[in-house]
Design a binder for this molecule. Structure first.
Ligand SMILES: [Zn+2]
Length: 75
């Protein structure tokens, strides 16, 4: 059983969990939106902004977040 979108093989586990699944995790995830909250502004003028991202953008965002938040244990 292959994904109808990208042609990748759909893992057996996914087919067991979702019988009749026609797309792989990546492709089915496109519909899922990731939500990130970011703090904007400075000092007394801060607010939380909620940004809705599609799956791909959300992953990119998380990767970037991760890169900028790597703890520097050496210092
Ligand atoms: Zn796919």
């Amino acid at each position: 059983m292959n994904c109808i979108k990208c042609g990748e093989t759909i893992p057996e586990g996914r087919l067991k969990a979702l019988p009749g699944a026609k797309t792989c995790v990546n492709c089915s995830g496109v519909k899922m939106k990731g939500v990130v909250t970011v703090m904007k502004g400075e000092g007394d003028h801060t607010w939380i902004e909620t940004i809705h991202l599609d799956h791909e953008d959300h992953q990119k965002y998380m990767e970037q977040e991760h890169k900028t938040k790597i703890p520097r244990e050496e210092e």
